[in-house]
Design a protein around this ligand. Structure first.
Ligand SMILES: [Fe+2]
Length: 280
């Protein structure tokens, strides 16, 4: 009932946001070069070691403190405390840098980085068809380990330009907690083995196939977005470091100069005696 009462307000905000997103994404369509990104249809399936140009990286992740189970009774584990070796690999990979820059344009930045371990049967809202309501934006799913046969992600590859529009039927279905899980033409199921990496534009229709799996997915997610768009959407859409809610820590032992990293949005960096943080 509460959801129903909030519905008109939520929807009208979505439509206002859509006009803002459209302006930035039209610019991205003229400035970026998605054809050269290696992400046809807005997606690329590969391995962590390959995308981050670091042989053995997935194994190092498996053997690190990144591998945590959710607390007793919880279906998911989140952490924004990522080790220096992973930040280093993300910021130094030429492959990843070229891919996100070609796809999103010169103002791309790393927007968030977190661990998300998922036990199947977890998330009732992402199992319905949706986009992330921020227009073009890349998520890098680094599945560094699995147990059992964890559920995959279903996507409908879509070529650019593909200007964001509110998907009214899907959004209404989600707002009233009746997510749409029908099968769609051209849909593709991406399943995960330990070490796999899925890079995709969260503007293309997607859903978590949580009902079919029986397993655990240990995953680190990195997000990339146009910095001017993220600044404009700040507080009104799910983007920004710490999902826009809190600053995140960057370890001091990176071995690289952050000031020289084009994927780092320098205005989000703060240094004090406790270390380096990134966020609003
Ligand atoms: Fe999503």
């Amino acid at each position: 009932m509460k959801n129903l009462l909030k519905l008109p307000k939520n929807l009208s905000r979505r439509y206002r946001m859509a006009r803002l997103i459209e302006g930035f994404d039209r610019k991205a369509d003229s400035l970026a070069n998605p054809q050269a990104s290696g992400m046809p249809g807005g997606m690329h399936k590969s391995t962590i070691d390959e995308v981050l140009e670091s042989p053995g990286l997935a194994e190092r992740m498996r053997n690190s403190e990144l591998r945590q189970l959710p607390a007793e009774g919880k279906r998911a584990y989140f952490s924004w405390d990522l080790p220096g070796f992973l930040w280093n690999a993300l910021l130094c990979s030429d492959t990843l840098h070229k891919m996100v820059t070609n796809y999103l344009g010169p103002d791309v930045r790393i927007d968030d980085l977190y661990v998300k371990t998922v036990l199947d049967g977890y998330d009732s809202t992402s199992e319905g068809w949706h986009d992330d309501n921020v227009g073009y934006r890349i998520k890098v799913f680094m599945v560094f380990d699995t147990e059992g046969q964890p559920s995959g992600t279903v996507v409908v590859p879509t070529d650019r330009p593909s200007i964001y529009q509110v998907r009214l039927t899907d959004e209404l279905a989600r707002m009233v907690k009746k997510p749409k899980m029908d099968s769609r033409s051209n849909q593709q199921l991406v399943s995960y083995n330990a070490g796999d990496c899925l890079i995709f534009d969260t503007n293309i229709p997607h859903r978590g196939d949580y009902s079919n799996g029986q397993g655990i997915r240990y995953c680190v997610i990195a997000e990339f977005i146009d910095r001017k768009k993220a600044d404009a959407l700040r507080g009104r859409a799910p983007c920004g470091p710490g999902q826009g809610r809190h600053r995140i820590k960057i370890p001091a032992d990176l071995g690289i100069d952050l000031a020289l990293c084009p994927l780092i949005d320098q205005k989000l960096v703060s240094k004090n005696k406790n270390g380096i943080t990134y966020g609003y």
